[in-house]
Each structure stands twice: as structure tokens, then as C-alpha cells.
Design a protein around this ligand. Structure first.
Ligand code: PRP
Ligand code: MN
Ligand code: MG
Length: 180
């Protein structure tokens, strides 16, 4: 285990089991719809790669880079689009893939934007949901795990750009980010 990690919340095996369950559910729900599956960079990259491999139906993928955190552990509240989609969402059934829903600001801003662009339907699939921290009401349609209010990294999630490549989700030691 990485020395900066206090505790593993979900092992790679825990995650893969949950991803398989979600993927099968999504494949059933999106059968015949050719959904546009949107990965929210950068945090959702590993989850996206695993979830689509478990959806055995025709689909298309696109990528959007949205950031609300900058380098710290607390959301700045300002949501910035760093890279927009390549494809049009008009009349498409859109599935947003996220690693974590925290305050909900990222997904609120994104859902509003995709509604404006006239998507036929918009649903959200997140690996982790931290409901205690919610500021914006967002409907999360597919959730892997609900987690307590701890700062987690790994499986795509970072602190100041680090730890995204860890194959598990872990709680970061406080000493790593305190006094920073
Ligand atoms: C993180 C995370 C979600 C978002 C959740 O992304 O990956 O996208 O914050 O927070 P919210 O619900 O409070 O909006 P971040 O902005 O850190 O960008 P990153 O994915 O590139 O790390
Ligand atoms: Mn993100
Ligand atoms: Mg981040």
C-alpha cells in the first residue's frame, strides 16, 4: 500500500465487483439506445474505462474536462470547462460517468449545460457519492458506493495531481495535506 494512505476503503476487487454489477445494469437500461457515454476528466478516467468494458451494447464515448478543485482538498465552487465535448448531445441519451459527487456543483453545472444543448435524456453514474457534503441538488441515477466525509484518493482521484493511478480507493493521511 502507498505510504501516504491511511486506510483502503475499497480494494481493487471490491471496485471490480461493483463495476461489473453497474455495467450489467447500464447495459440492460441502455440496450438499443446507442448512448453517448461521457467521461468527466480527469478523475473518472479509470472508472470510465472499466464501466464501458462491462457494458456489452453499442455505445459511443466522449470526454469533457471539468475542474472545480484546483490543487487543494476543498472545492473552489467555480466550475471551469477545460475541454468541451467533440460530439453533439442533441437528441442523444447521455450517460455521465463521474468518480465522485461531492458538493454536486460540477454535475449541476454540467447537467444544466447538456439540457440547454437539448440532450434527449441525461443520467449520472458515479462510483462514489458523498451525500453529507451536497450543496446543489442533483439526481444521481447509478451509485457504486456511498462514502462518509473523508478525503479519498486513488482509482482516478487525486490530491494535487497525485495518486490517480492507485488501483484502490483510500483515505489520504491528514498529515499529507494539513499545513499545506
Ligand atoms: C473532482 C471529482 C469530481 C468533482 C466532484 O474533480 O473528480 O469531478 O471534483 O466535486 P463536486 O461535486 O464538489 O463538484 P476535480 O475538480 O478535482 O477535477 P479532476 O477530476 O480533474 O481531479
Ligand atoms: Mn473530476
Ligand atoms: Mg481533482
Amino acid at each position: 500500500m502507498n505510504n501516504d494512505i491511511d486506510k483502503i476503503l475499497y480494494s481493487s476487487a471490491d471496485i471490480q465487483a461493483e463495476v461489473k454489477r453497474l455495467g450489467q445494469q447500464l447495459a440492460a437500461d441502455y440496450q438499443g439506445k446507442n448512448p453517448l457515454v461521457i467521461c468527466i476528466l480527469k478523475g473518472a478516467i479509470l472508472f470510465m474505462a472499466d464501466i464501458v468494458r462491462n457494458m456489452d451494447i453499442p455505445l459511443e464515448m466522449d470526454f469533457m474536462d471539468i475542474s472545480s478543485y484546483g490543487a487543494g482538498t476543498i472545492s473552489t465552487g467555480e466550475v471551469r470547462i477545460l475541454k468541451d465535448l467533440d460530439s453533439s448531445v442533441k437528441d442523444r441519451d447521455v450517460l455521465i460517468v463521474e468518480d465522485i459527487v461531492d458538493t454536486g456543483r460540477t454535475l449541476k453545472a454540467l447537467s444544466d449545460l447538456l439540457k440547454q444543448r437539448e440532450a434527449n435524456s441525461i443520467k449520472i453514474c458515479t462510483l462514489l457519492d458523498k451525500p453529507e457534503r451536497r450543496v446543489e441538488g442533483v439526481d444521481v441515477d447509478y451509485v457504486g458506493f456511498q462514502i462518509p466525509d473523508e478525503f479519498v484518493v486513488g482509482y482516478g482521484m487525486d490530491y494535487a495531481g497525485h495518486y490517480r493511478n492507485l488501483p484502490y480507493v483510500g483515505i489520504l493521511k491528514r498529515e499529507v495535506y494539513e499545513n499545506n
